[in-house]
Design a protein around this ligand. Structure first.
Ligand code: BV8
Ligand code: ZN
Length: 236
C-alpha cells in the first residue's frame, strides 16, 4: 500500500479503470458475483441486441429493475476517494465500465463511460438520445415523442463502444505512468485490454479487488480488499 501511495504522489498522469466492484459497497449487484443473476438469467444473455429484438419487454423489465435498485444506491467512500483524487491530480482520467452514474454522483467530473449510461435512452426511430430518470417508466417498452421505441443508452455485447470515448480511454492508458484497475473481473473486452495497453506503454499497473482476476499475474501490485476501504486509504 505504501509503495502505491508513493507511486500515486509521484505520478504525472494517472488513469483508472473501474468495474462493478466499485459499486458493490453501494449495494449494487455485480454482474458475475453470486448475486449476478436476474430471474436466473445472466447479463450476457440479456444485454444484447438480439435479446432486445426478441423480447424488448423482458429486457426493459431487467433495466427497470436495475434502475429502481440504483435509484436507492448512494456513492460509497471509494467513489468519493476517486472524485477527490481527480481534484488533486493535474492529469487524471477516470474510465468506467459501469452504467450506474455513481461516479458522477460522487463528484467525478470527466468520466469516460465506455459502456454508456443506464440513465440514458435512445429512440430506435429518430435516434434522439437523452437522459430519462423516470422510475418506473409509464409503460415498457417506453416510447419516444415520435412514437418510436426507446432502448437503454448502454453498449450491449456485440455492439461497438462509442468511438470517441474509446479513443480517449486508449489515449489515457497510453500516456498514464500509473494505471489503477479497480473492481473489475477483467473479462469484458475491449475495456479489460486497457490494462495491457497501459503496461506496454510503460505504466505501473495496480489492481484493487477483493479477489484475484485474470489480470492479477500481469500487474505490478495487487491490493486485496474492498475498494470502499482501500481507495480512501490510498489517498489519505
Ligand atoms: C465489442 C453495459 C465489437 C450493459 C456491458 C462473442 C460475441 C460477441 C462479442 C464477444 C464475443 N466474445 C467476446 C466478445 C467481446 C465482448 C466480451 O468481452 N464478452 C465477454 C463476456 C467475453 N465484448 C463486447 O461485445 C463489447 N463490444 O466487442 O464490440 C465490435 C467492434 C466493432 C463493431 C461492432 C462490434 C461490448 C462490451 C460491453 C457490454 N456491456 N454493460 C449493461 O450494463 O446493461 S458489460 C458489463 O460487464 C458491465 O458494463 C460491467 O461493468 C462489465 C464488466 O463486468 P465488471 O464490471 O468487471 O463486473 P463483474 O461483476 O464481472 O466483476 C466485479 C468485480 O468486482 C469482480 O472481480 C469482484 O471480485 C470485484 N469486487 C466485488 N466487490 C468488490 C470488488 N472489488 C473491490 N471492492 C469490492 N467491494
Ligand atoms: Zn423518436
Amino acid at each position: 500500500m505504501n509503495a502505491v501511495r508513493e507511486w500515486l504522489k509521484r505520478a504525472s498522469s494517472v488513469a483508472i479503470l473501474t468495474g462493478a466492484g466499485v459499486s458493490a459497497e453501494s449495494g449494487v449487484p455485480t454482474f458475475r458475483g453470486n448475486n449476478g443473476l436476474w430471474r436466473q438469467r445472466r447479463a450476457e444473455d440479456l444485454a444484447t441486441p438480439d435479446a432486445f429484438a426478441r423480447d424488448p419487454q423482458l429486457v426493459w423489465e431487467w433495466y427497470n429493475w436495475r434502475r429502481a435498485v440504483l435509484a436507492e444506491a448512494k456513492p460509497n467512500p471509494g467513489h468519493y476517494a476517486l472524485a477527490e483524487l481527480e481534484k488533486r491530480s493535474s492529469n487524471f482520467t477516470l474510465i468506467t465500465q459501469n452504467v450506474d452514474g455513481l461516479h458522477e454522483l460522487a463528484g467525478s467530473d470527466n468520466v469516460l463511460r465506455l459502456h454508456g449510461s443506464i440513465w440514458r435512452v435512445r429512440c430506435l426511430e429518430c435516434g434522439q438520445e437523452r437522459f430519462d430518470r423516470r422510475i418506473p417508466f409509464p409503460e415498457i417498452p417506453p416510447k419516444c415523442e415520435c412514437g418510436g421505441m426507446l432502448r437503454p443508452g448502454v453498449v450491449w455485447f456485440g455492439e461497438a463502444l462509442p468511438q470517441d470515448v474509446w479513443l480517449a480511454a486508449e489515449k489515457a492508458a497510453r500516456s498514464a505512468d500509473l494505471f489503477l484497475v479497480v473492481g473489475t473481473s477483467a473479462v469484458v473486452y475491449p475495456a479489460a485490454g486497457l490494462a495491457q495497453i497501459a503496461k506496454s506503454s510503460g505504466a505501473r499497473v495496480v489492481e484493487i479487488n477483493i479477489a484475484e482476476t485474470q489480470l492479477s499475474d500481469q500487474i505490478d501490485e495487487f491490493l486485496q480488499g474492498p475498494s470502499g476501504e482501500l481507495l480512501p486509504q490510498l489517498i489519505a
